[in-house]
Design a protein around this ligand. Structure first.
Ligand SMILES: Nc1ncnc2c1ncn2[C@@H]1O[C@H](COP(=O)(O)OP(=O)(O)OP(=O)(O)O)[C@@H](O)[C@H]1O
Ligand SMILES: [Mg+2]
Length: 378
């Protein structure tokens, strides 16, 4: 019997946790005959910064809409703060959403925009004023209280949208790519603001982003989706260092994926029949059963100065070199493993040229093994 782990349904589910603010169990969502979410089990703790990442169309916004109540699941259950919410309309859930396009009321000034949720709840004038000014202060916008939304920049509008979404202390704040309309520098500023606001307020953030780097740096936990299936839910470090599926390994950071089996000597032999690599991370794999290995581009070297570099690929031909400011990446064609991506280190020679042949080295301990999973798409 193969002991290769197959991805099962309950990837993101924690049972018996009293600090859970959101539980989605067996959730499926169809739009007509199209299945956007195949089967989702997910639970999120109170106070977490939780991110959902995945390629366009994988179902991220659909999940948020079901949490907010803008869409109902086709089947399965949703509990928010302990309350069954499958068919609860949005205004009966203590959940707010911040969208990419700010959605401020154009006819109200900044103060009134932020005060609006409290006025709806008919709170006292003094309470409202104190809370609005506190929230404007938190997002660094107190001095702009009397401006109109049209007078603000994109980043400033997004700060106001955040203050307004947080003022009613939602159980969950949903953020659907809130920074994607901002330029690179503003985006970095706003990432810091978001992290700080989340930490200080203790509100649970469920954050969608296309940007896996952003998810790694901001989140307590990350859910990685593909084709309406949850691939993995874990801390950023585990997602990066021990991806559960081939998809996660390739989506979070760049990597080289190879498929093969252990031979009788516990050497990893590629499915193409070539080469035996030593690998340390043996998982639960048995001789004769295929699995993947992931080898990050920054783990491959051009020389074996150190004897811990115990694997070698000879005669790799440099096909392409790309410069990214302080970093360089190189694509190489190898007979044994096909194309390989290598990140150059500072001390690597600057005059490696296209067409040149080199030998590549890597350590058995830097190879990550990954089971072949039912959720893989070739
Ligand atoms: N109202 C709808 N009717 C029909 N199909 C829909 C509807 N909303 C979404 N879909 C489809 O469901 C799938 C998931 O959509 P969703 O908006 O959740 O993706 P996403 O992960 O948020 O993508 P993106 O990163 O592009 O925003 C897509 O294939 C989309 O076309
Ligand atoms: Mg979306």
């Amino acid at each position: 019997m193969a002991r290769i782990k197959i991805l099962t349904g309950k990837v993101g589910y924690m049972e018996n946790n009293q600090h859970v603010v959101l539980e989605m169990e067996g959730v499926k969502k169809q739009y007509g005959s199209y299945t956007a979410i195949q089967h989702l089990d997910l639970s999120i703790r109170r106070g977490e910064f939780f991110s959902i990442v995945g390629p366009s169309g994988c179902g991220k916004t659909t999940i948020l809409k079901m949490i907010a109540g803008f869409e109902y699941p086709t089947s399965g259950s949703i509990r928010i703060a302990g309350k069954s919410s499958d068919r609860l309309p949005p205004h009966k859930r203590n959940v707010n959403t911040v969208f990419q396009n700010y959605a401020l009321f154009p006819h109200m000034n900044i103060y009134d925009n932020v005060a609006y949720p409290m006025r709806i709840k008919k709170m006292g004038k003094a309470t409202i004023q104190k809370s609005v000014m506190e929230h404007l202060d938190m997002v660094g916008m107190a001095q702009h209280a009397h401006k109109a939304p049209q007078q603000l920049s994109g980043g400033q509008k997004q700060r106001i949208a955040l203050a307004r979404a947080m003022i009613s202390r939602p159980d969950i704040l949903l953020l659907d790519e809130p920074l994607s309309a901002l330029d690179f520098h503003l985006r970095q500023d706003m990432q810091r603001v978001l992290k700080q606001l989340q930490r200080e307020s203790g509100i649970t953030f469920v954050y969608i982003t296309h940007d896996q780097g952003e998810a790694l740096s901001l989140s307590d936990r990350i859910a990685v989706m593909n084709h309406g299936i949850l691939q993995q839910v874990d801390s950023p470090a585990v997602i990066y260092q021990k991806p559960a599926t081939k998809f996660v390994a390739g989506f979070i950071g760049k990597t080289n994926i190879l498929k093969g089996v252990f031979d009788a000597k516990r050497l990893f032999v590629l499915s193409s029949g070539r080469t035996g690599f030593r690998i340390r991370d043996e998982g639960a794999y048995e001789a004769g059963h295929e699995f993947y290995i992931s080898l990050r581009p920054d783990k491959i070297r051009f020389s074996s100065k150190d004897e811990s570099y115990d694997n070698c690929i000879r005669g790799a031909v440099i096909a392409d070199v790309a410069y990214y400011g302080s970093e360089r990446e190189m694509m190489l064609n190898t007979e044994e493993c096909g194309p390989l991506l290598v990140k150059l280190h500072e001390h690597d020679s600057a005059d490696l040229t296209v067409g040149e042949k080199v030998d590549l080295y890597f350590r058995s301990e830097d190879v990550i093994s990954i089971p072949i999973s039912g959720a893989d798409y070739e």
